[in-house]
Write a protein of this length. Structure first.
Ligand code: HQG
Length: 182
């Protein structure tokens, strides 16, 4: 049940708040009480309170949501039209990773990493997570290495939200493929 609730929360807070008349502020926050109401209407056999959501956030390996005071938001993954504001991160790792497919890589190496249907390109600090992200689409994912230092020096902004690093676009100049035995 927790997975179902988590998936629905992603749908609600990242993609379609308007289908439930839910208002998000510029940072992606919605009123927690209103969200709990929507959840309890949908999952009638489970009592979902703040503690339930806190537990869902804590027990997941990915930090997808955040509760702050009486508000809740998704930390990444948004596809809604109104751009969610993210804070520019100053303290960056030298390298970030992105897991994808061989087919996507063929165009990424020419045109760079694009955000596609989401508001931002998604990057991680560890290769393992990047591998898992790629694994959603293919059995043999390609891991890309982003040279954060050069990209930042050429005015690419990076944002950190939860454990995820986000960017608007990464030029192919700053992308290398990680060799399989590294
Ligand atoms: C690819 C999930 C061709 C890109 C995941 C990716 C992650 C290009 C796909 C998070 C391209 C977009 C985000 C180009 C990028 N040509 N393909 N120029 N530029 N692509 O799902 O990063 O579990 O929007 O490589 O696990 O896969 O839901 O992004 O394959 O953490 O919390 O276009 O969402 O998190 O796919 O996934 P997505 P993503 P949750």
């Amino acid at each position: 049940m927790k997975v179902k609730v988590s998936k629905f929360l992603s749908y609600l807070l990242r993609h379609h708040p308007e289908r439930y008349n839910l208002i998000l502020d510029n940072f992606g926050y919605a009123n927690l009480k209103v969200v709990l109401n929507i959840l309890n209407n949908r999952f009638k056999n489970t009592e979902i309170d703040k503690g339930y959501i806190e537990d869902l956030i804590q027990t997941s390996s990915k930090k997808r949501f955040e509760i702050f005071e009486d508000k809740i938001r998704a930390l990444y993954g948004h596809s809604i039209k109104e751009k969610i504001h993210m804070k520019i991160s100053e303290n960056l790792p030298k390298i970030l990773y992105h897991g994808t497919t061989e087919k996507a890589y063929k165009s990424i190496r020419k045109e760079g990493l694009k955000r596609k249907n989401r508001q931002y390109v998604h990057l991680t600090e560890d290769k393992e997570t990047a591998y898992k992200v790629g694994k959603r689409r293919t059995n043999s994912p390609i891991i890309l290495e982003i040279n954060v230092e050069s990209a930042s020096n050429h005015s690419t902004d990076f944002y950190k939200s939860g454990n995820m690093y986000l960017a608007d676009f990464i030029s192919a100049k700053f992308i290398n493929i990680l060799e399989k035995d590294e």
